[in-house]
Design a protein around this ligand. Structure first.
Ligand code: PLP
Length: 497
């Protein structure tokens, strides 16, 4: 394409995006294609000669769109959201036009400088301690691709710190602590780095959160057996149930284990720190006191288009000591002067995308006020969901709701002999409830007007409902409750037969 052809094709592509968003709520949330569907439509090798661009764009609509799961659909209540905005899209388009790997200050000063500033805007929005601000010149933050990448970076830095401070300790004796509810990012980082992991059991009665005494027992036992605890990944908002590890208790344990690096993974829930009213329940004060590193994903519930995982460290040298390798071809006078940040030393790769532009666009367009209003709106919609769910008597929460997430199953009262009775049949065992909830989930997955996801909590099969799409309104939540009631009634009627 030349510039004028690009102008035309670009306008046409924006038109298609607008049409897509106008039609989004009438599209099925998920595709009904079979594995390999695309190979029937796309040739096995690239074309020898050029094709007209409008044909290519047409094929996007014809072949690709039908194979997409629409994460921005107002009835998408699965996983955790990837809330995205037009502001983010436009920023990404501009970033793509400059196409710039901005790995150090000199390679594109604006990329570094905007990221330095945006990470401080974000840190202030979330109320992170000033030690984490880039302006502190002590700690600071950098944008990574994903929370898994942020955790891996933190584990690399923690291992490197431990090796420097304990040079005689063999690598094989290091232990990374997670819980049975930690996202698989802990195991993945350990697998990549060849580290031992100990996943501490968490209990239903503790709301699946890590308690201090369980952590202390694990650390003491491992120390007694000659192992070396070097890092804990604590979670604020677990994937399955939004559980929040007990940071006040962990803080007490950490006092006796000063060399334990504490990484806090708040991939989903972290952005709710923007609202002062949720800070206590998210252990905001303890995050500020004990986190060696902290991560949240603005690309999940933070209105910024995928990908944008924000990672802060209390001491930036922890990253640079682990990751700074400077061959002559990467040497610059600004880097050598120490006056600038060279972000290539704050992450695993060399090149990095210019992700801060979308943060800047979203932050300015929404303002902190608009950002908080969106978070609160999602939580309020989940509150309405819970109120309606409880009224149905067909479904019950399995854990306390966490912000905009509810985890539920078929309720034993749905199996009561008469709808008005509160007594339950003796058959309402865990096995029965699991079977019926699985059957409900299977009915839901066979529909394409709604998307929820499943999980298992200590043997209990559950369904998760998360509000987070920027386009979801209360009416969509009500519709979702209607669908759940319809399908749950079907499950119970079948069971009664
Ligand atoms: N941590 C938590 C608590 C999550 O819920 C998730 C994904 O849902 C992740 C980490 C992984 O995020 P990412 O895809 O950014 O690696």
């Amino acid at each position: 394409l030349d510039i004028e052809e690009f102008r035309k094709a670009g306008y046409a592509a924006i038109d298609r995006i607008c049409d897509y968003y106008y039609s989004l709520s009438s599209l099925p949330v998920k595709p009904s294609v079979s594995p390999g569907y695309l190979s029937h439509h796309i040739p096995k090798t690239l074309p020898e000669s050029s094709e007209p661009f409008n044909h290519i764009l047409d094929d996007y609509t014809k072949l690709i769109l039908p194979g997409l799961t629409h994460w921005q659909h107002p009835s998408f209540f699965g996983f955790y959201p990837t809330a995205c905005t037009f502001e983010g899209m436009i920023a990404d388009l501009l970033v793509s036009s400059a196409c710039n790997p901005g790995f150090n200050w000199a390679s594109s000063p604006a990329c570094t400088e905007l990221e330095v500033l945006m990470m401080d805007w974000a840190a202030k929005l979330l109320g992170l301690h000033s030690d984490f601000h880039n302006s502190s010149s002590k700690g600071g933050g950098a944008i990574q691709t994903t929370a898994s990448d942020s955790a891996l970076t933190a584990v690399v830095a923690a291992r490197s710190l431990y090796a420097r401070t304990h040079p005689t300790v063999p690598h094989e004796s290091l232990v990374l602590y997670t819980t049975t509810q930690t996202h698989s990012l802990g195991l993945k980082a350990a697998k990549i780095l060849g580290l031992n992991v100990r996943a501490i059991e968490v209990k239903a009665e503790d709301g699946y959160s890590l308690r201090g005494e369980a952590l202390r027992a694990a650390l003491d036992e491992d120390l007694k057996n000659g192992k070396h605890p070097f890092m804990l990944i604590a979670t604020v908002g677990t994937t399955s149930s939004g559980a929040i590890d007990n940071l006040p208790e962990i803080k007490q344990v950490a006092k006796d284990h000063p060399s334990l690096w504490i990484h806090i993974d708040a991939a989903w829930a972290g952005v709710a720190l923007s609202c002062p009213e949720y800070r206590d329940q998210l252990y905001h004060a303890e995050i500020n006191e004990i986190a060696t590193s902290f991560c949240t994903n603005f690309h999940k519930w933070g209105l910024v288009n995928f990908d944008c995982s924000t990672l802060w460290v209390r001491d930036r040298t922890l990253l640079t000591e682990a990751l700074d390798i400077t061959p002559p071809f990467l040497r610059t006078k600004e880097g050598d002067s120490g006056l600038v940040i060279d972000y290539r030393n704050w992450h695993l790769a060399l090149g990095r995308r210019f992700r801060s532009l979308k943060l800047w666009f979203v932050f300015r367009s929404y303002g902190a006020e608009g950002f908080r209003a969106y978070i609160k709106r999602c939580i309020a919609m989940n509150d309405s969901f819970i109120t309606e769910l409880k009224q149905t008597k067909l479904l019950e929460l399995v854990t306390a709701p966490s912000l905009a997430l509810s985890v539920f199953r078929i309720s034993p009262s749905a199996l009561a002999s008469s709808p008005s009775s509160t007594s339950t049949e003796p058959t309402a065992t865990l096995e029965t409830l699991n079977t019926l909830t699985k059957s409900l989930y299977s009915r839901l997955t066979s529909r394409n007007d709604i998307l929820l996801t499943q999980t298992v909590l200590n043997g209990v099969f559950c369904i998760r409902f998360v509000v987070g799409s920027e386009r979801t309104v209360l009416e969509d939540v009500r519709k979702a409750v209607g669908v759940l009631v319809e399908e749950a009634e079907g499950v119970v009627a079948e069971w009664r037969k």
